[in-house]
Design a protein. Sequence first.
Length: 124
Amino acid sequence: MKPGTKSASPDRPDGKPDFGNVRSGVSSTEAKATSRPDFGNVQSSVSSTEEAVGETRYTVQKGDTLSHIAQAHYGRASQWSRIFEANRDQLDDPDRIQPGQVLRIPAAAREDGGTTTSPHGDPL
């Protein structure tokens, strides 16, 4: 053996170092949290600044369709999707509106120059 060298560990006859007793750990200087935050009372909501000027409400009557309501309010039945999109919070299917539902009718000028009436011919 050369001077200044150590002999191999008796546990490892091959002369390689024995790291079998090495231990590791992690510590932090940050204070430990005493409890987890409680987010059980968190609420969410969505609001818009697009509170449409001139937006009206319409109560669905028996026999109404979004196309008929659009024709009465906008002068074009093809505008039914505007009403559907404005009421997505309560409508899942444009073909399933129910009497008594109160729909938001977004403001828009009539395209036929007529006056706004209900789908039943009553003035609004």
